[in-house]
Design a protein around this ligand. Structure first.
Ligand code: CMC
Length: 390
């Protein structure tokens, strides 16, 4: 035993001070730099939100132009980096490829970040935000066995991403539907940051050792991958596939209540009320499906699950509400994104949050993250030679 606090899962521990994002879990409120998430999702572009996360406020017109220009300048990846993709099997999960390739950026930008140099701080953030859509789309193209598409710097951030995903060398005139571009951009905004979640805490912890910032982002991608965190968006669609039709919902819910499975896309460590991102996501889902004229039975299934869960005692008693991942998969599917890319898109968007937190931490004196433990093993005993061991 020690004098420290035992807090498994860090339920009541705040190891950092931060000015970036505020969450009131009881009210279901999420603010980035003071701005409510629904206002940002409705009115701002993702890159403006990135700027705000990094710099403390939304950019004015001049700052916006300058920031966008810089992001456009860094969308390409080094030719040598392209070779990394070829080392993977075609059936690799794109998240596995992302972990490797983003980690490999540390070999291209290997100088340790001089945290006192504003220019180095900025270029690190810009490079990451610029290159993530390129690397994400390349991961997809590789698993499909299709050639990589070079970024189109005359396109917006979301449009360029969708272009690199879906255009082919035979169809470079490929036009991305503006409804889908707007929806994609909103999805990026809704995932941009969420204070000290598991992946952001991982990025902070790794960065607290002074490790290369690109490698720290790779660590964040790993932490995000699990189904309790960013992997939930993929798991929601798998769950909907498994349930199949509305008739099977009641039986599925019984399994959830017997704790045999979880209702994926529900529940949150901090929100004990509606996740405000889920609200915007649901509206966006209706807009996109409406605009595309899609009648997706998965949406009907999801709405039925949500309705039952919001009224059922099991969920009510535990304050379980839909989270950001509940409806995002249905929109992503409507956009044409395959399920295996859902968490990659989360990672792409969360990169702005990760790097903002890393830079915030490095902008003031900080300590290496080093928790303690409650030791529950053997007490001190003498060494036993192998021939004397039982
Ligand atoms: N389905 C069924 N029961 C649940 C669920 C769920 N989705 N989530 C929590 N519970 C139950 C849990 O079994 C526990 O019951 P009891 O009090 O009887 O032991 C109670 O609710 C409290 O849950 P907890 O596991 O103590 O809560 P936590 O804060 O440790 O976990 C969570 C939060 C998000 C990991 C969890 O709710 C979960 O696994 N949800 C499903 C996965 C998911 O949708 N994750 C995405 C989270 S939001 C986006 C992101 O972070 O990436």
């Amino acid at each position: 035993a020690g004098y420290w606090t035992y807090d498994p899962g860090f339920k009541v521990t705040a190891p950092v001070e931060s000015e970036i994002t505020y969450i009131d879990g009881d009210k279901g409120e999420l603010l980035h730099r003071g701005y409510p998430i629904d206002q940002l999702a409705e009115n701002a572009e993702y890159l403006e939100v990135c700027y705000a996360l990094l710099h403390g406020d939304l950019p004015n017109a001049e700052q916006k132009e300058d920031f966008y220009k810089k992001v456009r300048e860094h969308t390409g990846v080094h030719d040598q980096l392209r070779k990394f993709f070829e080392g993977f099997r075609r059936d690799a999960h794109p998240m596995a490829i992302m972990v490797g390739v983003v980690g490999a950026l540390s070999a291209f930008y290997h100088d340790n970040l001089d945290v006192t140099d504003e220019k180095q701080r900025e270029i690190t953030a810009i490079r990451l935000i610029s290159k993530m859509p390129t690397i994400a789309a390349m991961s997809y193209k590789y698993t499909k066995g299709e050639p990589f598409m070079y970024p189109r710097n005359d396109f917006s951030y979301a449009e360029n991403f969708l272009y690199m995903m879906f255009a082919t060398p035979a169809d470079t005139d490929y036009k991305v539907d503006p409804v889908l571009v707007r929806a994609m951009d909103k999805i990026f905004t809704l995932h941009a940051d969420h204070e000290q979640n598991a992946s952001t805490s991982t990025v902070r912890l790794t960065a607290s050792t002074g490790a290369n910032p690109y490698a720290c982002i790779a660590a964040g991608i790993v932490a995000l991958w699990g189904p309790s965190h960013g992997g939930a968006n993929e798991a929601v669609l798998q769950m909907l596939d498994e349930i199949g039709t509305v008739e099977n919902v009641d039986e599925f819910m019984e399994k959830v209540k017997r704790k045999e499975v979880k209702l994926m896309g529900f529940g949150h460590r901090v929100y004990k009320n509606f996740d405000p991102r889920a609200k915007v996501m649901k509206e966006t889902c209706d807009e996109v499906l409406g605009a595309l004229g899609i009648n997706d039975p998965k949406l009907e299934l999801a709405m039925k699950l949500e309705k039952i869960a919001l009224e059922d005692e099991y969920f009510v008693k535990r304050n379980l509400y839909p989270n950001v991942d509940f409806y995002s998969g249905i929109i992503l599917k409507a956009i044409g994104i395959p399920t295996s890319m859902f968490t990659v898109i989360f990672a792409l968007a969360r990169t702005s949050g990760w790097i903002s937190h890393l830079l915030e931490m490095h902008s003031a004196p900080f300590k290496i993250g080093r928790p303690r433990q409650l030791y529950t093993g053997e007490t001190k005993r003498d060494f036993v030679k192998v021939e004397d061991r039982k």
